[in-house]
Design a protein around this ligand. Structure first.
Ligand code: 5AD
Ligand code: SF4
Length: 443
């Protein structure tokens, strides 16, 4: 979501004359778009700010003009005042719901010469004030839903991103069409709880995610759709049916489980037990037999025992994930779990994480190996490290390295997988019967 938001901030600032640069030393403005989900991400902000302050001083010493320094995102939302106190040299502090007001903040900064803070949740959603997206490349994000009403006891999102909001269908279709016109082939629909989507349709009815996906699949040039992140409780029949019926919906799903012990899931307020998760997965796999699953896991939640970690390992083993993210529980200020008894010592968390990651890595490598010899539809979305090479993404989100001409960038091609590596695949283009390369294959 932060990648999407950053791109939208660039869209908002473009009319003021700002363009993106890879080199912060050259930047007239640096915005740190921050994440508050775990303490480590949060703490990085202050060390990064220190570094940027030095860059700014060097730049000013060169006579290159002042650098505006801003902090955006969820750390700004949660700790705006603290940022201004700890780093008084910062010019702009804005939460994730305020970035449409960047031009106004920049204007006020130059008028008043004082730092500007905006962490309001405006009554008018920011999406109403954002320009059409600029070019994003072959694979792009599109936020359709934001915020979360689930209140998992470990999670800051409901506090930093606010209550669930679903964008109207017409807005989403417009943004998707604009992306497709500019060459985007694959869209990943985003939301903190994306399958809780319930947006207003052009017909006045409330549309579910399944219905929205069917409408998006009709857009010319959009060959591939994905959505993330979903909650197991909000997978409805219509969404499952979409997995069976919409070929553009890719056979890869990120469906966080968090833990494998029912007692922990309950303490996390996830609203389901392991068996309910298993049933959702069974139904999804019945609809789309080649569906590959990804997940999130937290180890060291307060009160977690060694036996309960074993439950997590057992469930991972049973369900099977082709990739996953796993984290040490991080106590977040203001969340219920931070005040729970039985906080787990860091070294114990580290040891548990190593065990969980070990198993997840083994599963990921095994899946990548199983892909050897298969033919897959690969969307080339970036240049490779070596000349003459392109990197694409498989239907299952694996990066695929292929020797391919530049002109195939942004197209979907059939690729034969030669080698499954731990984090990627290597393959070669499948030639047509007359020996030429196909210009475009379907997803
Ligand atoms: N500690 C560790 N991991 C967390 N996540 C969310 N909050 C925390 C926390 N306090 C993880 C969850 C979620 C992912 C986005 O981040 O696994 O699914
Ligand atoms: Fe956080 Fe996801 Fe739970 Fe919402 S559903 S509170 S975003 S972990």
């Amino acid at each position: 979501m932060n990648v999407y938001d950053s791109a939208r901030m660039a869209d908002v600032l473009a009319p003021l004359g700002y363009a993106l640069t890879e080199d912060p030393a050259e930047a007239d403005m640096v915005l740190l778009n921050t994440c508050h989900i775990r303490e480590k991400a949060s703490e990085k902000v202050f060390s990064e700010l220190g570094r940027l302050r030095q860059l700014r001083e060097q730049r000013e010493a060169r006579g290159a003009g002042r650098m505006i320094l801003g902090v955006a995102g969820c750390v700004a939302q949660a700790e705006g005042e603290e940022i201004l106190a700890r780093a008084p040299f910062v010019d702009l502090v804005l939460g994730p719901q305020a970035y449409h007001r960047l031009p106004e903040m920049v204007a006020r900064l130059s008028r008043a010469g004082r730092a500007q803070l905006d962490t309001e949740f405006p009554a008018e959603p920011k999406f109403d004030h954002l320009p059409a997206p600029g070019p994003r490349g072959p694979a792009a994000f599109l936020a359709i839903q934001e915020g979360c009403d689930r209140f998992c006891t470990f999670c800051v999102v409901p506090y930093t991103r606010g209550a669930e909001y679903s964008r109207p269908v017409a807005d989403i279709l417009d943004e998707a069409r604009a992306l497709a016109t500019q060459g985007t082939v694959e869209i990943t629909l985003l939301g903190q709880n994306v399958n809780a989507y319930h947006g207003e349709g052009p017909d006045g009815a409330t549309w579910s995610l399944g219905r929205l996906i069917r409408a998006l699949a009709e857009i010319d040039g959009l060959d591939r759709l994905r959505y993330t992140t979903s909650h197991p409780r909000d997978v409805d029949d219509d969404l499952i049916a979409a997995h069976a019926e919409v070929p553009a919906l890719m056979p890869f799903l990120h469906l966080p489980l968090q833990a494998g012990a029912d007692r922990i899931l309950k303490a996390m307020n996830r609203g389901h037990d392991v068996d309910a998760y298993r049933r959702v997965v069974d139904r999804l796999r019945a609809a789309r037999p080649d569906l590959a699953l990804s997940s999130d896991f937290i180890v060291g939640f307060p009160g977690e025992t060694d036996r309960e970690v074993q439950r997590t390992l057992d469930v991972i083993d049973e369900i099977g994930f082709v990739q996953a993210y796993s984290f040490k529980y991080s106590a977040r200020p203001g969340t219920p779990a931070a005040a729970m008894p039985g906080q787990v010592p860091e070294p114990v968390k580290a040891e548990r994480l190593a065990r969980v990651q070990d198993l997840l890595n083994t599963q990921q490598i095994a899946f990548n190996r199983r892909c050897e010899g298969l033919e897959m539809a690969v969307l080339f979305d970036r240049p490779g490290k070596h000349p003459g090479q392109l990197v694409g993404r498989s239907p299952f989100m694996q990066p695929v390295h292929v020797t391919a001409p530049e002109r195939l960038m942004g197209t979907v091609q059939r690729v034969r997988i030669d080698q499954g590596q731990p984090n990627s695949l290597a393959g070669r283009l499948v030639e047509t019967s007359d020996g030429t390369l196909p210009e475009r294959a379907s997803a």
